[in-house]
Design a protein around this ligand. Sequence first.
Ligand code: NCD
Length: 305
Amino acid sequence: MRARRSLIDLDDLHSSEIEYVFTRALEFEEELPPRTLLQGVACLNMFFEPSTRTVTSFTLAQQRLGADVTTLSPRDTSLGKGESIEDSAITLAAMGVNVMVIRHPEAGFPRRVAMAFDGHVVNAGDGAHAHPTQALLDIYTLRKEFGDLAGRKIAIVGDIVHSRVAHSNIRGLCGLGAHVVLVGPENFLPESFRANGVSVERDFDAVLPEVDAVVLLRIQRERISEPGALSDEAYIRAYRLDAKRLARLKDETIVMHPGPYNRGIELADDVLTYAGWRYANQVRNGVFVRMAILDFLVNGERRIA
Ligand code: NCD
């Protein structure tokens, strides 16, 4: 069994631990901690898929806590020479690497590494499975807006089935008592997503006036192999958030997106000037939440000296 704490999906954290992470993130946001919390801790970032936000956010979080940071481009590693990821993980641990942050197109890949690695693994997105730190920063952003999320209605819209962000958010939001309203066409949102606390809706216009937050998603084209997807025109007609649809929201409803967003597809430019657009807050919060997660995994629950 894994001896050290890793974060593969949100069910690796008890709700009290999520609360602790949010409290720490808020402390870090209010006052940057001294660069000693991860002093001498070696962090390795390995992204097997493209990333702008997540890799930068983790790197800044590690640097702000004083860690030694290495970013390894998988193309340049010995994996190309036939070494398994498990053997790479053993090698890296022997060298003193304490934390591996991993993104990979295969669901379950970070868990495999965690089983072999004598250190902490943080899943930065694995296939369509999970993206726990994105969900944590999304929930942190929602909590700052609304406080307790119990009973709040959060719509997640679009390509749910291929979105690891949606899957981790559903898990996290349900755990906090929010009502998750999934919205999308059948090929992006099968009926099987319907569950306790999770509803499935096809009609975006009908949902708009009822929700406290709308989380938009990119169509994850790189993960779509099955035929029968909607044409862009049909998707835009039914699901693009534009000025007309924004006008149907309650005044206090916020709009979020994990990024990268595709202008003209899931959102029109009107969204970028909507008063409740919280994308920049999400990105900003992400650094503090990732600082808090790294501190929690490495140091456990403790007070700042
Ligand atoms: C997402 C991802 O890579 O899972 N982006 C992110 O990390 N903020 C979502 C996406 O690629 O659409």
